[in-house]
Design a protein around this ligand. Structure first.
Ligand code: NAD
Length: 501
């Protein structure tokens, strides 16, 4: 059965009251290690009420004081990073180093959000008419919610909470039910850092809790990250309910390899980008597109050689390149996709299906797989596999390579490896995806630029982190004011225009 986890609101851990629970597994062993409560609609309502009560006081706290709380939180997370990484690895299955990266990448955005006193400065236009000034202010929305996926249980909650809280909102997190322990620990650290109770809350749950957040009129914005079908349905329901929504979905990220690229550099890059974290990253490269037959042949040979030395191990093994998948279902799904690829006629160069880790036969481990001669009509090309499986699609020339990511239904990230500046520049300008790398394996932007995919990878107008996060979590109010107040113009019945004011 394992430990019974809780929710976190009102500044403390609160046990579940619905009587419904989900199992949290140890992916290394397949054992159940904890039970997470699944909140009822009534419990969600209590959390929202609590957050709504706390929010005005937090919004009235001056910006520098708010920023200082964020600073103390960042320091506390760093002081506890070993404990947090171990907890994350144990539930997710990613290696300790990768877990640390998950947390650090989240902190990047909290550090960025410490710039709120500057970032929330409004605009001011002096003397647009006689005695007339116009200024704008950015005000918090109130209570906002984040619904996050299993694959980055620290980073994505922090990408949302940092800017939302800095901007003066109360934030309710509905983390993945697969790995909820790190979010709960982060909630405690927020309180230790001096954040008032009710401003960072964790409500665990499934569709019932999510629907309750989507339908509660006191929740003003929904930030979602997860798979595309859920992203789309949450975007539709949140928008229909008049909420602001940004919903990020799945991906199929391509790497274009030009004939002039350094193929050793490319093969090394593909090891981490394709197989790191067992391919369970929304920015993982799952399609490699070598341009020209000789580039493709040489690349496949180099990948094969490297894959033979890749080490799959338990998440605590410091020598492991990646650990187990998140659940048995995920393991079965990835195995099925590999079988589908074989049936579809792709050339399975390396087959990871039969891999078993000695002493951990019930863990969710799978070896790395590599497909060559994949074509665009195959399901293994069109659909997100979310596992350690790389597909090679051979392109005849640059223009062919450019159309592949551009015409794919997903549009998260893409990267090109080349020594040709013309090709790189043309590619960055023309490719139809939200994030582009040039000789960079995983083009996740730094925290002060924005992150977001196009097409089926993202629904909504604004991106995550960077300046867009502050736009998303605030509403702009524009004030037109006249001083001295006694200037007389007489009655006017036409629309006031700036230059006639
Ligand atoms: P998921 O869609 O299964 O779950 C995401 C969240 O939605 C979880 O909190 C889950 O509890 C909730 N949820 C699941 N089913 C629901 C339903 N029917 N109604 C309401 N809520 C529901 O995704 P996952 O498996 O946790 O994460 C993996 C997916 O996330 C992959 O597709 C990956 O590409 C994507 N992802 C995208 C990004 C990005 O920035 N675009 C980042 C990370 C992960």
């Amino acid at each position: 059965m394992g430990r019974e986890l809780s929710h976190f609101y009102g500044g403390r851990r609160v046990p579940g009251a619905s009587g419904r629970f989900a199992d949290v597994f140890d992916p290394n062993s397949g054992d159940v290690q904890a039970q997470v409560p699944l909140a009822s609609t009534a419990e969600v309502s209590t959390v929202v009420e609590d957050a709504a009560r706390a929010q005005p006081g937090w919004a009235a706290t001056n910006l520098q004081r708010r920023a200082r709380v964020l600073g103390r939180f960042v320091n506390l997370v760093r002081e506890n990073i070993h404990e947090l990484s171990a907890l994350l690895s144990l539930e997710h299955g990613k290696t300790l180093g990768d877990s640390r990266g998950d947390i650090e990448r989240g902190l990047d955005v909290v550090e960025f959000a410490m710039g709120a006193p500057h970032l929330l400065k409004g605009e001011f236009s002096d003397s647009v008419g006689t005695g007339l000034d116009v200024y704008s202010m950015r005000q918090p929305l109130g209570v906002v919610a984040g619904i996050t996926p299993f694959n980055f249980p620290a980073m994505i909650p922090l990408w949302k909470a940092g800017p939302a809280i800095a901007a003066g909102n109360a934030f309710i997190l509905k983390p993945s039910e697969r790995d909820p322990s790190v979010p709960l620990r982060l909630a405690e650290l927020w309180i230790e850092a001096g954040l008032p109770g009710g401003i960072f809350n964790v409500i665990n749950g499934d569709k019932e809790a999510v629907d309750a957040l989507l339908d509660d009129p006191r929740v003003k914005a929904i930030g979602f990250v997860g798979s595309t079908p859920i992203a789309k349905s949450i975007y539709t329901r949140a928008s229909a309910n008049g909420k602001r929504a940004q919903c990020f979905g799945g991906a199929k990220n391509h790497m274009i390899i030009m004939p002039d690229a350094d193929l050793d550099q490319v093969a090394d890059a593909l090891m981490g980008a394709g197989y790191g974290s067992a391919g369970e990253r929304c920015m993982a490269i799952s399609v490699a597109v070598p341009v020209g037959e000789s580039t493709a042949n040489a690349l496949v040979a180099k990948l094969k050689e490297r894959l033979a030395h890749l080490r799959v191990g338990v998440s605590t093994d410091p020598a492991a390149d990646y650990g187990p998948l998140i659940t048995r279902d995920a393991l079965e799904r990835v195995r099925d996709y590999i079988s589908i690829g074989v049936t579809e006629g792709a050339d399975l160069v390396v087959d990871g299906r039969s891999f078993a880790l000695e002493g951990h036969e019930n863990g969710y481990f799978i070896g790395p797989s590599l497909f060559d001669h994949v074509t665009t009509d195959m399901r293994i090309y069109q659909e997100e596999i979310f596992g350690p499986v790389l597909s090679i699609v051979r392109a005849g020339d640059y223009d062919h390579a450019l159309t592949l990511p551009s015409e794919h239904r997903y549009g998260n990230g893409v990267t090109i490896y080349t020594r040709d500046g013309d090709a790189a520049r043309d590619f960055a300008a023309r490719v139809e995806t939200g994030m582009v790398g040039v000789n960079v394996p995983v083009p996740v932007p730094v925290g002060y630029h924005t992150f977001g995919g196009w097409k089926a990878s993202g629904f909504g107008d604004l991106n995550q982190h960077g300046p867009d996060a502050f736009r998303f979590y605030t509403k702009t109010k524009t004030v037109t004011s006249r001083w001295p107040s006694g200037i007389k113009e007489g009655a006017s019945f036409v629309m006031p225009a700036g230059d006639h004011a």
